[in-house]
Design a binder for this molecule. Structure first.
Ligand SMILES: [Zn+2]
Length: 464
């Protein structure tokens, strides 16, 4: 059974397949802007995309190429650097590190490539040059460059936004100097009072400055995945204008279909409303861990709703997630003898969790998958468990990214758990230099990692 997923462009549920004869599935996700900690709303998108990535890996083993970018130059990153009076690279490095630690604590797979916008200025400038040559972009009086949306008749096909709305919305994002209010910036001329010391040589005939936000994804996709990709994803807040603009830039520059499939996950609400610091319902992962919840419970709670519906997150839902994981852990423990002991139970493949995987393959229906998981567990007599049943549980755990290891329950803070997971992965990949370096980092932070056969434990180091 193939993976079928709703496509935001055609608004149909379509089968996911690689288009290239090499059989590689090319998958791009818009990544974080690294100027502050990512909040749990951001992480809803990232954990949903992680399940999608894991499902794709099951479907096309060794043939998935996942790229997720880091936005490390834009108004917000520059604003934060100026506020703290520190170099931009120092600010973005700090928040990138924390993002990686949170991702690891939530057991998200690392993308195969994680390009940063500042590392791809040349590629962005090259694309803007092409767009200017082809008549899709123009230089404004101040030396900025804008994309001319009237040059791309398909503009608006993803968001189906009407022209009137478009003018109002895009004009909020960009300054004056434009021919048309709907046009958006590809290159922003340097403004010393706003940009500090952040500037690069611009496209042909333009001023020094920095790229607009949208062009970075187009340029990094072209470089790392090619002109046409199989799947592009992100939160629904990116659908317009960001993804609409990516399509316009890439298709005009490359003369090819940009992405064959678009996937958007919906917003997270907390206690019934949009998260905001003033309402007191704003959480980052560390806040929830400080309240005593494990990152795995947070992952579970963020996965509990259908990706295309808004999900209401509450501390009660986190509590329920915690007890669901408890049940799952007990079940895994009960199945362990079947995995390790002599063969018993029925031979042949296990059909125990087929329904779970079928629900995931059917438009990533996570609530149905989790429902099927617990129906299977509750109706199963573990005394009859076969080795195949235990292996089927491993597959389902891996597809959902649930790490049931004891270490996830030690109360270690997420950054420590993240470090430990990265070290464990490095060890499995036989990258001993990285593993040793991470062990030293853990030790400096006061934690000891004890390696078992299939798992690790974390203990607080005894004070000398
Ligand atoms: Zn993007």
């Amino acid at each position: 059974m193939a993976i079928r997923l709703f496509d935001s462009l055609t608004r149909e549920v379509l089968e996911l397949r690689p288009s290239d004869p090499d059989g590689v599935f090319r998958f791009y996700t818009c990544g974080p802007t690294v100027y502050a900690p990512a909040h749990i709303g951001n992480f809803r998108t990232f954990v949903i995309n992680d399940v999608l990535r894991r499902l794709l890996e099951l479907e096309f083993p060794g043939k998935v190429r996942h790229v997720r970018n880091l936005t490390d130059v834009d108004d917000r990153t520059i604003g934060q650097a100026r506020l703290e009076k520190r170099p931009l690279a120092e600010i973005t490095a700090k928040w990138t590190r924390l993002f990686h630690e949170d991702c690891a604590a939530l057991n998200c797979l690392t993308p195969h490539v994680e390009p940063a916008a500042t590392g791809h200025i040349r590629e962005q400038v090259d694309m803007i040059d092409v767009l200017m040559r082809k008549g899709n972009a123009y230089r404004a009086a101040d030396g900025s460059v804008y994309f001319k949306i009237s040059s791309f008749p398909d503009y608006g096909s993803l968001s189906r936004i009407r022209e009137r709305e478009l003018k109002v919305t895009n004009s909020v994002f960009d300054a004056d100097h434009k021919d048309d209010a709907g046009d958006f910036a590809l290159w922003k001329a340097f403004k010393p009072e706003e940009d500090g010391d952040v500037h690069w040589p611009g496209p042909q005939g333009a001023s020094e400055g920095r790229p607009g936000w949208h062009i970075e994804c187009s340029a990094m996709i072209k470089k790392h995945l090619g002109d046409t990709i199989d799947l592009h994803s992100g939160g629904v807040d990116l659908l317009f204008p960001h993804h609409e603009n990516e399509i316009a830039q890439s298709q005009c520059c490359n003369g090819a279909t940009f992405s064959r499939h678009w996937f958007h996950s919906e917003h997270l609400l907390v206690d019934g409303s949009t998260m905001s610091k003033s309402k007191g319902n704003y959480y980052v992962l560390g806040d929830l861990v400080a309240k005593g919840y494990s990152p795995m419970a947070v992952r579970y709670a963020l996965l509990a709703g259908h990706p295309r519906k808004q999900l209401n997150f509450t501390l009660d839902s986190l509590h329920a997630a915690d007890s669901a994981l408890h049940t799952l852990r007990a079940f895994e423990k009960a199945l362990r003898p079947a995995l390790e002991g002599p063969a018993r139970g029925s031979p042949g493949p296990s059909g125990l969790f087929d329904e779970v995987l079928a629900s995931l393959r059917s438009d990533l229906n996570l609530p149905a998958a989790l429902g099927a998981l617990f129906t299977a567990i509750n109706s199963f007599d573990v005394r009859r468990a076969s080795r195949a049943d235990a292996l089927a549980l491993e597959v389902v755990k891996s597809a959902l990214g649930f790490d049931l290891a004891e270490a996830a329950e030690t109360g270690a803070p997420p950054e420590i758990l993240g470090l430990a997971r990265r070290r464990w992965d490095a060890k499995l990949a036989r990258d001993f230099a990285t593993a040793d370096r991470l062990r030293a980092e853990l030790s400096a932070a006061g934690w000891t990692m004890l390696d078992g056969k299939a798992d690790f434990r974390l203990e607080r180091s005894r004070k000398a």
